[in-house]
Design a protein around this ligand. Structure first.
Ligand code: CA
Length: 229
């Protein structure tokens, strides 16, 4: 993780500067771009390990940048910075497929924690649930932690990094109820008060993608989620 390149796409120089300071202090290499178009070009040129992407950007906004990346099948992990909570469903949704988000103004320490968590989840072979290299099966659902692949029957289901992480936690203990805080901690590697809505958004996406499976993610009212066949 140390020395990996993080690209910050942010037009507010003081924010970019502060983010850079904190990330460099953790040993990351940092580059920045001040508008969306320059950001896209920098992604192609520099191939960063992760992109921190502001939404309100000149020339081309962050949503359009993320959309362009995913349309080009570029899997680079993206953490989006948003000023408004209403954007979250869209940001984490199928259309944009960002890996995480931060609401502005954010603490740069929190940014560092998110960057590390997303990189940890993205890195192959490393796995918080201790299922690395194992094949998890539940009904017609198969999860290959090593290849980072999920199949419903013979059909490959493309999942985003965090969707995969949530499913992996649920599949590690089918039938067991996980509350949102615990899912957040296990799947994201951190525990931030008030971020549990992120879990709901990812579960909703998973349900859409796994609609053809006999395995369902059941809501346990007032508590959280469990996997049932
Ligand atoms: Ca901005």
């Amino acid at each position: 993780m140390k020395g990996e390149l993080i690209l910050i796409i942010e037009d507010e120089a003081n924010i970019a500067q502060l983010d850079r300071l904190y990330l460099e202090r953790e040993g990351f290499a940092v580059e920045s771009a001040a508008d969306g178009k320059a950001g896209l070009q920098a992604i192609e040129r520099l191939r960063p390990a992760l992109v921190v992407l502001d939404i309100m950007l000149p020339v081309m906004n962050g949503l359009a940048v993320c959309q362009a990346l995913r349309a080009a099948r570029n899997p680079v992990p993206v953490i989006m910075a948003t000023a408004r909570d209403e954007d979250i469903d869209k940001i984490l949704g199928l259309e944009l497929g960002a890996d995480d988000y931060l609401t502005k103004p954010y603490n740069p320490r929190e940014l560092v924690a998110r960057v590390k968590a997303v990189l940890r989840r993205t890195a192959s072979g490393e796995d918080k649930t201790g299922t690395s290299g194992e094949l998890l099966r539940c009904g017609d659902l198969t999860l290959d932690a090593e290849r980072r692949e999920v199949h419903v029957g013979a059909n490959l289901v493309p999942l985003r990094t965090q969707e995969f992480a949530v499913l992996e936690v649920l599949m590690s203990h089918p039938g067991v109820v996980f509350d949102r805080e615990r899912l957040l901690k296990l799947a994201w590697g951190y525990d931030f008060y008030g971020q549990t809505r992120t879990v709901d958004v990812h579960v909703a996406q998973l349900r859409k993608k796994l609609y053809a499976s006999q395995v369902k993610i059941e809501t346990v009212p007032g508590i959280g989620y469990k996997l049932v066949v």
